[in-house]
Design a protein around this ligand. Structure first.
Ligand code: ADE
Length: 228
């Protein structure tokens, strides 16, 4: 079984590379892919760089070039749901692109013809995440993630995304990874630890908590691997 683990920023995969210790580095398409093995599984790990286009390229490469059969995304997100605090973990049930807008033609926000507003994640991986959370007594919210090529740091925009997509958290890659995995029939999950509240203080909070929240998420992904 070959598993891809993907983040968007170097901070999101560094805890993984530190944990696995030994890995090979392969350069491809202006990026680096790290391969290793763990408990009989072949792993390929990469960070995409920020945003939906980079994330789509990396997810596609992990699957089409490296042969990943499952994809686990690990990283940080801004909270939209007021019950989510810095460090809390969220596993996505479905994801939408909040900045995809052809409402001029009567379509709902996030919709493109022949697509859908939401892409659902793999139910077996979500169940696995819940099992790990229960066993480790870690609170884990199942919720909706809204993705866009924007760092959200504004109360009005935050509220719009929250209400329009019923979304619990926002980030900049998940829904594009979801589109790729769904199209290529690869089971995937998106796990995020909260780094900020997507409000006017989000930039400061993100800078302060990126490393610690990214580590929370990565550690949880390792615990999931132990149960895969
Ligand atoms: N990732 C972490 N926090 C975020 C925010 N506020 N907006 C977009 N992506 C994020």
């Amino acid at each position: 079984m070959k598993i891809a683990i993907m983040g968007a920023m170097v901070e999101e995969i560094t805890p993984l590379l530190e944990f696995f210790g030994k890995y090979e580095t392969i350069e491809h398409a202006k990026n680096r892919y790290y391969t290793t093995s763990y408990k009989g599984m072949d792993l390929v790990i990469a960070y995409s760089k920020i945003g939906k286009v980079n994330a789509s390229l990396t997810a596609s490469t992990l699957i089409e070039k490296f042969g990943a059969q499952k994809l686990l995304f690990s990283g940080v997100a801004g909270a939209l749901n007021p019950s989510l605090k810095v460090g809390d973990l969220l596993v996505a049930t479905k994801l939408a692109q909040h900045d995809l807008d052809i409402t001029a033609f009567g379509h709902p926000h996030g919709y493109v013809p022949e697509g859908s507003v939401y892409v659902e994640t793999d139910k077996a991986l979500t169940s696995l995440a819940k099992k790990v959370a229960f066993a480790q007594k870690i609170p884990l919210l199942e919720g909706i993630i809204a993705t866009g090529d924007q760092f959200i740091c504004d109360g009005v925009k935050k509220e719009w995304i929250h209400t329009t997509f019923n979304a619990d958290a926002t980030e900049m890659e998940g829904a594009s990874v979801a589109v790729v995995c769904d199209a290529l029939n690869v089971p995937f999950c998106v796990l995020r630890a909260i780094s900020d509240a997507a409000d006017m203080d989000a930039g400061f909070s993100f800078d302060e908590f990126l490393v610690s929240s990214a580590k929370e998420s990565a550690q949880f992904i390792i615990a999931m691997l132990d149960e895969l």
